[in-house]
Design a protein around this ligand. Structure first.
Ligand SMILES: CCCCCCCCCCCCCC(=O)CSCCNC(=O)CCNC(=O)[C@H](O)C(C)(C)COP(=O)(O)OP(=O)(O)OC[C@H]1O[C@@H](n2cnc3c(N)ncnc32)[C@H](O)[C@@H]1OP(=O)(O)O
Ligand SMILES: CCOC(=O)c1cnc2ccc(OC)cc2c1SCCC#N
Length: 389
């Protein structure tokens, strides 16, 4: 069978596609906590479980090194994600997080960290159903230990620990197709430093285009154009929370953010997340918001460059400033801060600005998944109001 592990899991199965008789919602009922397995799943004898305390610099560095060397690469092995330590600490310690959900595997003899998987708590609404979820990311097995069926054990172990906290659903994204995507999105890329992207081989000089013509094509103004456009500050959290909650109501799947979540996920944090808003000079009302997170990538096998500085569109709300103008200001700020590329998924209302702002479609797809929750029909990316890191 095609998915020996995923066919055993409470997820939408490919064989069920089209069966509209199946109800929408949780697939399996919660089991009584007394029935949740108390002891960890078995690993191969030479490995052991470890809980990674990322507050500890040494441990966080081990996690950083494992991911920097072994996490996701693009299909042409041109890039590998290089999440910074401050990014990992931000992503893994949201309000209500559990240290026990930062799970590692060590080789007993050498004590080397060889695998990692994490979960963080989140509240996500699916249509009208707000459910406590776990967001799962950073599943990583060292390149030397691939294809040994370690991933299913890691997924079962993190599931067990999440069940112990009485949480029964999860959301995750992946570049691979496994049972069963609720939506399939596409990355779009806006060159900010076209020369570097061409030098690393990501972009190619267009036909009948010179390098100087290409640089001019992607040129951006020195400063933002929207009146009242400024960095978000702590005092803006209540207003941004109201603005974002109202805006996200239109999407079928979206986070159910409260003020603590907004303070954690959207307050600017240097080299991790940047957030800007538009405060009306007349009324001082906050009418618009845009944000992007910073995720560099290692550039593999290139003699001249080692790091790609990439910005990823995060949550954006436009109620007064046209979304295209707001996002163009985000591009201007990113260029000013020496980003090489600004990436965006075709989720939410992003399709309305991608082409106009000179984004080009990427060749990778990002599939969204729900664990132990069925939705009857796959969603169009514009129905998704959720961006995972
Ligand atoms: C209620 C709470 C619930 C919480 C849990 C929720 C679920 C959370 C789920 C996790 C979400 C993580 C999201 C996330 O982190 C974002 S997606 C990024 C995943 N990480 C990477 O791509 C890093 C580089 N690759 C690796 O480290 C390895 O290739 C990994 C570890 C990916 C697989 O290791 P391996 O040595 O290459 O493979 P085996 O051990 O031999 O295992 C093969 C089995 O693993 C299935 N597989 C492969 N890639 C997968 C992926 N990305 N998600 C889920 N499953 C994946 C595969 O289909 C097969 O199962 P099947 O035979 O049934 O097809
Ligand atoms: C220049 C445009 O491509 C990327 O920014 C990039 C960077 N690093 C990656 C590392 C792993 C990787 O694995 C899928 C992809 C990339 C990509 S393209 C998809 C992400 C976006 N946007």
């Amino acid at each position: 069978s095609r998915h020996r592990f995923w066919e055993t899991q409470p997820v939408g199965q490919f064989r069920d596609l089209g069966d509209t008789s199946l109800p929408e919602g949780p697939i399996e009922a919660p089991t009584p906590l007394s029935d949740v397995r108390r002891d960890p799943y078995n690993l191969p004898a030479q490995y052991e479980w470890t809980t990674c305390d990322i507050d500890d610099d040494h441990t966080c560095t081990e996690v950083y090194n494992l991911l920097t060397q072994n996490y996701v690469e693009d299909d042409e092995n041109m890039f590998r994600f290089n999440y910074s330590m401050e990014f990992l600490r931000w992503a893994l310690r949201p309000p209500g997080y559990f240290k026990s959900w930062h799970i590692g595997v060590r080789a007993k003899a050498s004590q080397k960290l060889v695998a990692f998987i994490t979960g963080v708590p989140a509240r996500i609404r699916v249509r009208d159903d707000v459910v406590k979820w776990r967001r799962s990311t950073f599943l990583c097995v060292h390149k030397k230990l691939r294809s040994k069926r370690l991933a299913p054990v890691m997924i079962k172990e993190v599931t067990r620990r999440v069940h112990l906290e009485n949480i029964w659903q999860a959301s995750y994204t992946a570049g691979v197709v496994i049972p069963t995507p609720i939506s399939t999105c596409r990355y779009w890329h806006r060159s900010l430093n076209p020369k570097k992207l061409i030098d690393v081989g990501f972009s190619r000089l267009g036909a009948r285009m010179t390098m100087s013509r290409t640089v001019k094509l992607y040129k951006l103004p020195e400063s933002t154009v929207t009146k009242g456009f400024r960095k978000m500050e702590l005092r803006d959290v209540p207003a941004v929370t109201r603005l974002l909650k109202e805006y996200l109501r239109q999407f079928a799947v979206a986070p159910d953010f409260d003020q603590d979540d907004v303070e954690h996920w959207l307050l600017p944090l240097e080299n991790v997340v940047d957030s800007y808003l538009v405060e009306s000079p007349e009324t001082h009302e906050i009418t618009d918001f845009c944000s992007f997170y910073t995720l560099p990538s290692s550039i593999l096998n290139n003699p001249n460059y080692s790091l790609l500085k990439a910005a990823y569109s995060y949550y954006n709300v436009s109620t007064k400033t046209p979304l295209q103008q707001l996002m163009n200001d985000a591009l201007i700020v990113a260029k000013k801060n020496d980003y090489d590329v600004f990436n965006a998924l075709d989720v939410m209302q992003n399709e309305s600005f991608l082409k106009e702002l000179k984004f080009g479609p990427g060749d990778g797809h990002l599939h969204y998944y729900l664990y132990n929750y069925r939705i009857r029909k796959a969603l169009h990316p514009s129905e998704l109001g959720l961006v995972l890191l």
